[in-house]
Ligand binder design. Structure first.
Ligand SMILES: [Mg+2]
Length: 245
């Protein structure tokens, strides 16, 4: 949000040609997401202007909206951002009303992407039935694991929709998402966070999936291909929660 052109150039240098940004988030609190001021709109559009000015259309830009907006406010934002030819609008409103998201999706030519906040294939079915999302985003750890993720991806495929697995919750979820990405014919793109896989992900696990020239490769060892580091279990800030059937 602070140096978007520089970041876009740096990502392109490492072969990454898509970026997700959320410059509208800081402006949601002012009117509790019900409205955005003209000044807020201008400020939030600036990163789009700067990225396009610096690298043109060599960088795809996704707008993450983090479900912070009312439907009319989200529609207004979509109209303004559409001029910058973004790839998708993600989670514009809260994911508890597929009809409302369908209305959003029908008012813009830009794809709608939803949503890592949905749980199990039954929630996704409602959104697919109503043409509320073009790209199906899923976080395996939140939606039911590899098995449920695979079912969600297959269901999206029957609606001719691509899937885009979520990342940001940790290296184990990232490794699992990549395995699923490679197993499904309708995978569009795998989300990744460079600051995480070059940063704190390395502190937790023995291996990370290889990322090279904008492509990620699955780990090759059995299972997810990584283990938690031994030192992880000696951390003073470690707390353990166990789920048992
Ligand atoms: Mg997201």
């Amino acid at each position: 949000m602070s140096r978007p052109a520089e970041l876009a150039e740096s990502l392109l240098e490492s072969g990454i040609s898509a970026i997700k940004i959320w410059p509208f988030d800081p402006h949601a609190a002012e009117f509790r997401g019900q409205h955005i001021s003209a000044e807020g709109m201008r400020t939030a559009l600036r990163p789009f202007e700067e990225i396009r000015k610096a690298v043109g259309d060599r960088m795809e830009i996704m707008l993450e909206m983090h479900s912070l907006w009312s439907l009319p406010a989200a529609k207004r934002i979509a109209i303004e951002v559409a001029a910058f030819n973004p790839t998708w609008f993600e989670d514009p409103i809260r994911m508890n009303n597929a009809q409302a998201l369908a209305e959003f999706a029908s008012t813009t030519n830009v794809w709608t992407c939803a949503s890592e906040t949905l749980g199990t294939r039954f929630a996704y079915k409602d959104y697919l039935d109503r043409d509320a999302t073009h790209v199906v985003m899923a976080d395996l750890c939140w939606t039911g694991g590899l098995t449920e993720g695979r079912k969600i991806a297959a269901m999206a495929d029957t609606y001719h929709r691509p899937v885009a697995p979520h990342d940001c919750i940790g290296p184990v979820g990232f490794a699992a998402a990549i395995q699923m990405s490679f197993s499904q014919p309708n995978t569009l793109i795998q989300e990744s966070v460079r600051a995480f896989y070059r940063g704190w992900y390395l502190e937790l696990v023995t291996e990370l999936p290889k990322i090279e020239n904008g492509y990620v490769y699955p780990t090759e060892a059995p299972g997810l291909g990584l283990e938690l580091q031994k030192s992880f279990f000696e951390r003073p800030d470690l707390s353990i929660r166990e789920s048992r059937l």
